[in-house]
Design a protein around this ligand. Structure first.
Ligand code: MSP
Length: 663
């Protein structure tokens, strides 16, 4: 089953975010991905609704509020603003924002509870078990070791016993398996589908869905000593936001088409508990639950103490919302885990955005400006197009349908890759047709045709880029001389050469200025230091460098003379696959060139190294790193500046002859 057949309803939700913390890249990622999908579907002409919101009840929030000395709702009101501000900064186009503390949600949750009590799917019993407070969940005995820590978050569990209401989850085991047999695309990617199926098959137990120990939550109707379990409360948001139980237009147009986007850590809540509850209510389960992967940061798990939590506000400020959106969606196959690095982002901005799309727009507009006084040749010139022009047109049309089928599978990265193949082909078309040679006077209109073809490719690219980079698409549209708002474009109305109005292009500032690697590194280091200083105000100031003070035994001059140290120039710097810390350097020693593998990647960008005159120990026995033979070692000073390790390469003045010996 593919989504692409569905022309009408597309109701997409993000998880609702806990308000006990500031938003980070994980939250931003889910929401950006949903935003791109929602915008795509609006352009397809689908009846689209996109929901996000906040999960405000539960022990975690209660405890966070206590620590801050405020009431839970005061904490929620404050933190919810951070999320709303972030969605504004990232250009998120959600149609609604639900908070679980809102009346509309509380009412529906209580309605659900009551209805399920009446149907017998909720019953009263008692529960004893090991509870993880941070995860708000009882952990089954089978998953607990002697250390009594939570298998997910590794924090200590608390033994709890309480009277509880239970949901008859076990009753729905067969129905769930049947549903997933019939709808193999209802959980994606496939690995998650298999994981959920084997979990269901391993046997489902009834689920405790109320707490007497928790005050901050929705009271169980008719038994107010109990509070509804926060996960049940949270899941119901998807339904309370679309007007259930009133059978209104919003409800009818949304619920049969509901798709949930979640992180892989919360797949079971969405693909096991939630569909069972819906079945018990006589409602259709989600059409799809898609679980995306998790981000690490420069090879490490994100953690406050490491100072490596990626703050999306900062990313927007430094790189711009669209570049950040593009990077997270393009970098990792959607569904897989990924590693975030600002260096990677800078490189991608320079290559994909400044170079590829930026150049295509710039070169095209420059030529229309120069050769045709900014006036776009009329569409009728396309009637005299040649094979090379038709080939690009066919590719453009193919790109749109290829992207549509990738988007139907939520393969956002693949959709972007398709589009970049077209953009690359556009640049190549310029190189091959060489419009500058066709010149100002052009009897056979060849130049007109080429310029119009390029403009058509760019007009299509602006529309196709819009879901991913809405602001950029708007800027492209304006520069291409199109008056209507790009968001009003519809795939079905777009056609090659069908835009008949007179167009004057308006070249403006470049879309993405190239980032200078040296300046970037300075900014990056400064931000890192500021973050660490904020986190750890007692740490020694950055000037108080610490270094290894253990001394080595004395040596004779002859010992030193055994070392052959020479000046070398760094000629090229390459990454070493699957080695985050290594660079493969090619250095020139004057009399020969050598390869040196060095673990300095985290300290320097390639641009900072290339051309530098450094000191190399050249008679060190060669050694292999990741299969690459290293034929020397570069010399560097090493210290700790109070926040992290720093190094400085031993170097000589620029222009000093390479190969010179060092005594
Ligand atoms: N409140 C629940 C969801 C209830 S939905 C009915 C919750 N909230 S959360 O704020 O902790 O997490 C929200 C989302 O952020 C999850 O989908 C989670 O996977 C995602 N991420 C949190 N850290 C992440 C990364 N490091 N990388 C990618 N996404 C991650 O869970």
């Amino acid at each position: 089953m593919s989504d692409s057949g569905c022309k009408h309803g597309f109701y997409l939700t993000t998880p609702i975010y806990y308000v006990n913390d500031v938003p980070h890249i994980g939250h931003a990622y889910t929401t950006i991905a949903c935003d791109a999908l929602a915008r795509w579907h609006r352009m397809r002409g689908d009846d689209t609704r996109f929901l996000t919101g906040t999960d405000e009840h539960g022990q975690k929030i209660q405890q966070a509020a206590e620590r801050r000395g405020v009431t839970p709702i005061e904490l929620c009101d404050e933190v919810v603003m951070n999320f709303k501000k972030l969605w504004d900064a990232l250009g998120i186009s959600n149609d609604d924002f639900i908070r679980t503390t809102e009346d509309r949600h509380v009412k529906v949750t209580q309605y659900f509870f009551k209805a399920l009590m009446e149907s017998g799917d909720i019953y009263k019993g008692s529960y004893e078990g090991w509870y993880c407070v941070p995860c708000e969940t009882y952990v089954p005995d089978a998953q607990i070791g002697d250390d009594k820590v939570c298998p997910d978050c590794k924090r200590p569990l608390t033994r709890m016993s309480e009277e509880s209401y239970f949901f008859r989850l076990s009753k729905y085991q067969g129905a769930l398996i049947k549903y997933y047999d019939d709808h193999p695309d209802a959980i994606m990617p496939k690995a998650r589908y298999n994981e959920v199926i084997s979990f269901i098959k391993s046997g489902l137990q009834d689920l405790s869905i109320s707490r007497t120990t928790l005050k901050w939550g929705i009271p169980v109707p008719g038994d107010e000593r109990h509070t509804v379990y926060v996960w049940l409360d949270a899941l119901i948001n998807y339904i309370s936001a679309v007007g259930y139980p009133e059978a209104g237009e919003k409800w009818e147009s949304c619920w049969p088409h509901v798709r949930h986007m979640v992180g892989k850590d919360i797949i079971r809540f969405h693909a096991v508990i939630w569909p069972a509850v819906l079945m018990a209510m006589g409602l259709n389960p989600p059409v799809r639950v898609f679980a995306h992967g998790w981000w690490t940061v420069e090879g490490d798990k994100m953690s406050k103490s490491k100072g490596n939590v990626v703050d999306p506000f900062e990313m927007v400020e430094v790189y711009g919302a669209d570049a950040f959106r593009y990077f997270v969606l393009r970098e990792v196959p959607f569904g897989n885990d990924g590693d975030f690095s600002e260096l990677g982002m800078m490189n991608r901005i320079n290559s994909d955005l400044a170079n590829d799309i930026g150049n295509l727009l710039n070169r095209t507009l420059q030529m229309i400006e120069k050769y045709r006084d900014s006036r776009l040749p009329g569409a009728s010139v396309l009637e005299r197009a040649r094979d090379v022009d038709f080939a690009l047109r066919d590719m453009a049309l193919r790109t749109m349908s290829e992207m549509d089928s990738h988007m139907a599978d939520f393969a956002l990265d693949a959709a972007l890759k398709s589009l970049w193949v077209l953009i690359g082909a556009g640049n190549k078309y310029i190189d091959e047709t060489q419009p500058w040679k066709l010149g100002r006077e052009d009897p056979d209109e060849r130049l007109d045709i080429v310029l119009r073809v390029l403009w058509e490719v760019l007009r299509l690219s602006a529309m196709l880029i819009y879901p991913f980079m809405p602001e950029t698409a708007g800027r492209m549209h304006k520069q291409l001389g199109l008056d209507a708002d790009v968001s009003a474009e519809r795939h079905s109305e777009w056609g090659w050469g069908t835009y008949a109005a007179d167009v004057t292009v308006k070249k403006q500032e470049v879309l993405f200025p190239r980032i200078d690697a040296v300046k970037w590194k300075e900014g990056y280091d400064a931000r890192f230091r500021a973050r660490m200083a904020l986190l750890n105000p007692d740490a020694p100031p950055p000037t108080a460098a610490a270094f290894d003070t253990s001394h080595k035994e004395q040596v004779e001059i002859d010992d030193f003379k055994k070392l052959e140290i020479r000046v070398a120039r760094i000629e090229s710097v390459d990454m070493v696959e699957k080695a985050q810390k290594l660079y493969k350097l090619k250095v020139d020693l004057g009399f020969e060139k050598r390869v040196i593998v060095s673990s300095i990647r985290e300290f320097f960008t390639p641009e900072e190294l290339i051309g530098k005159n450094i000191l190399v120990l050249c008679n060190l026995k060669p050694a292999k790193f990741r299969g690459i033979e290293s034929e020397g070692m570069l010399l560097a000073a090493e210290a700790d500046d109070g926040h992290r390790e720093i190094i400085s390469l031993a170097a000589v003045d620029d222009g000093f002859p390479v190969g010179s010996p060092v005594h």
